[in-house]
Design a protein around this ligand. Structure first.
Ligand code: KG4
Ligand code: ZN
Length: 344
């Protein structure tokens, strides 16, 4: 089966072609980071307009690279939510048009299911069931993944997502956008323990998390050093970055460990943009290995948003989940969409 994947939920236009017979995955990505940088965050209207410009050329690029004609496609998978409504509409519009023109099924995919299943594209891959730590710009959740389509929420952030806290911390420290990689890099120059920040909800006994208090603590620390205005400011900023990263990573890794203990499972899958974080990877590796578990990640280029994870999730949905009989429901975008509401 050859399935085209389309991702346009936020600020990345991603297209991929997955050929299940050969296992070949060809994918192409256009990042809008440069477009939004001046605004310090994603501007939804600009994002939608750029998806319109980029999507069809990317489809052509991927099909050419895979030496696949449009008529050779068996299905089209597209992110239907959650995400920015206008941005999702661009991807869904193109997918619906292709499906109609080629008379092929269009599979609506939940963006987070794409992230969740993407470690299955790596070698070695986890086997069901496993615990997933989903850490992106909009979500921070721990899930028990029993099988494709069967997801149980174990705990989640009660306020900001971890990625959002990274991005806001970057902004407060005067770093660029997106903030995660920059904060992570700066933290490597900071001293451990020089700036002590809280680890919200680390001892709450449940699997929920909170990052907004940590963000406020960063703001207080930055204001304090700016109003003092003494010493090596760059070094002190690095200490704040280090304090933030150490706190966020400790909370995430403790909660992930607890999720394995509570479920009795041994495999932890980490997905979403923050999963690319080096400090988080190091902490999880030692904590989970010490407890006799194993950590899995998507292939390096598939950690942040991309079309490959959507093509793969669409393939899994089409081939491994029972299809409802009766008329095919119309494709609709779902800017808000709870992963645990997914009907299997
Ligand atoms: O999954 P993703 O690409 O998009 C969403 O679905 O949100 O995640 C983007 C988030 C951003 O907040 C970005 O700052 C963060 O992932 N991120 C990182 C790193 N790379 C990306 N955070 C920490 N360390 C990184 N290396
Ligand atoms: Zn994402």
């Amino acid at each position: 089966m050859r399935i085209l994947g389309i991702e346009s939920s936020c600020d990345e236009t991603g297209v991929a072609l997955y050929d299940s017979a050969s296992g070949q995955m060809v994918h192409a990505l256009h990042s809008q980071v440069d477009l939004h940088r001046a605004y310090g965050g994603v501007v939804p209207e600009l994002a939608s307009r750029d998806h319109v410009r980029r999507l069809l050329p990317l489809v052509d690029t991927v099909l050419a690279q895979a030496a696949c004609g449009r008529g050779d496609l068996d299905a089209i998978a597209v992110t239907a939510g959650p995400g920015l409504a206008g941005a999702l509409l661009v991807g869904c519009g193109v997918a619906a048009a292709l499906g109609y023109a080629l008379d092929r099924p269009v599979v609506p995919v939940h963006h987070l299911e794409g992230h969740l299943l993407s470690p299955l594209l790596a070698t070695p891959a986890p086997v069901f069931p496993f615990v997933s730590l989903l850490v992106s710009g909009g979500h921070t959740q721990l899930l028990r993944v029993q099988a494709p389509g069967r997801y149980e929420l174990l705990g989640e952030t009660l306020d900001d997502a971890a990625g959002e806290a990274f991005d806001k911390t970057a902004q407060m420290l005067g770093l660029g956008y997106p903030g995660g990689p920059e904060v992570s890099q700066l933290a490597q120059q900071g001293r451990a323990g020089a700036v002590q920040l809280p680890r919200p909800m680390i001892a709450s006994g449940d699997l929920n998390m909170s990052f907004s208090g940590l963000k406020t603590a960063v703001l207080t620390a930055v204001r304090r050093l700016e109003s003092a205005g003494t010493g090596d400011m760059a070094a002190q900023r690095a200490d704040v970055a280090r304090g933030f990263v150490d706190a966020a990573v400790e909370v995430l890794s403790r909660k992930a460990q607890l999720a394995l203990e509570r479920t009795g499972l041994r495999q932890l899958v980490v997905a979403g943009g923050v999963g690319a974080n080096r400090q988080l990877r190091t902490a999880l590796q030692s904590a989970i290995a010490a407890a006799g578990g194993q950590v899995f990640y998507p292939p390096a280029d598939l950690c942040t948003d991309n079309g490959a994870m959507i093509a793969y999730a669409g393939f899994v949905r089409l081939t491994q989940l029972p299809r409802s009989t009766g008329p095919v429901p119309p494709l609709r975008v779902r800017p808000r969409w709870n992963l645990c509401d997914l009907e299997s």
